[in-house]
Design a protein around this ligand. Structure first.
Ligand code: ZN
Length: 334
């Protein structure tokens, strides 16, 4: 019994001694040891934590990645129907072109694309509704339709270049804020008469030497002297200088004007950016309103000019929902 009690006592003694000495040591470290020792200790514990976390992280990443891929697939397989547009429509149309069912892939799912889709569905024993859904994609994939091909990145695509990271200025209030407020009247053709002194105060004549001699669509050649909004004038001049520096001026075939007091085409109430002297048009013939702007490599294409324009705060009309490929306008004052 004695022995057992002694052993128990010894055990407790050792236990408390350990605890005390442990406490004493750690106290010593914090109170008397140098800071570097403490920081080393901290670092060690940190690296241990990181090491401990690492495998967990990896597991998490591994779990996440497949689901990301799945998301991409889901996006690629968006249901397409009449009225749809975008790169995925173009991708589907390219497939139909390959099947000999369609002639042009323009990114707009209109009646022709619907008819071609119906024909594809009939040929393959699918429900012929002209809507590209699961069964349609499924059949198409067995015939070589590529799901994850990203047509937006192809330079010759109708969706190149991609939209910039800023948006166009769509409402007049914001434009008035940026370029000054004016009162106006508009006639049936959408021609605007500006009331007051806004024009005299804001529209100035500037020289854009790179413009000189460019064809003006039957009119005398451009003089290089244009009207522009005074706040945006430096950006306009910088734009043309940058295009010249990049060797891109050969792409500008015709000059089609800047300041024009009018509403957007088809409207009597919504002002065009031309009415603010902050927009200009080039290469009209190949980039008509509501038409697919000429592709890279086609005559009159302006697409390769867009990147520099975006850098200088211009938004390209080819990125509007109603395409206006001839058109560039100031969306940001730099
Ligand atoms: Zn325009």
């Amino acid at each position: 019994m004695d022995l057992i009690i002694k052993k128990i006592l010894l055990f407790f003694q050792m236990f408390f001694m350990k605890k005390e000495s442990g406490g004493a040591v750690s106290k010593k470290v914090t109170s008397t040891s140098s800071k570097s020792k403490v920081s080393v200790k901290k670092e060690n514990s940190k690296s241990q934590t990181i090491k401990n976390l690492e495998p967990k992280k990896e597991v998490n990443l591994n779990k996440k990645e497949p689901s990301k891929t799945t998301n991409m697939d889901t996006i690629s397989l968006k249901v397409l129907r009449k009225g749809s547009d975008g790169p995925q429509v173009e991708q589907w149309q390219l497939f139909l072109v390959g099947q000999g069912l369609l002639k042009v892939a323009d990114g707009d799912f209109g009646q022709t694309t619907k008819d071609a889709t119906i024909e594809f569905q009939k040929r393959n024993g699918l429900t012929a509704d002209g809507v590209v859904g699961n069964s349609c994609y499924g059949k198409a994939m067995t015939l070589g339709f590529e799901v994850v091909q990203d047509t937006a990145l192809e330079k010759t695509s109708a969706y190149w270049p991609p939209k910039p990271d800023f948006d166009a200025v769509y409402n007049d209030e914001k434009r008035f804020e940026m370029f000054g407020k004016f009162e106006y009247t508009a006639d049936e053709q959408g021609t605007v008469t500006v009331i007051g002194t806004w024009k005299d105060e804001n529209i100035i004549t500037i020289d854009v030497p790179q413009l000189k001699g460019i064809d003006m669509f039957g009119k005398p050649k451009a003089s290089g002297s244009i009207y522009f909004h005074k706040k945006a004038a430096p950006q306009m001049q910088a734009l043309w200088a940058e295009w010249e520096k990049a060797g891109l001026l050969y792409l500008v075939k015709t000059w089609n004007g800047t300041y024009s007091p009018r509403c957007i085409r088809g409207s009597q109430t919504k002002l065009s950016n031309h009415a603010f002297g902050t927009a200009f048009d080039i290469n009209v013939k190949w980039n008509g309103l509501a038409k697919r702007p000429a592709l890279v490599g086609e005559e009159g294409s302006v697409r390769e000019l867009v990147e520099i324009a975006n850098k200088l705060g211009f938004y390209w009309g080819g990125h509007f929902s109603r395409k206006d490929g001839m058109h560039f306008e100031i969306a940001k004052l730099l």
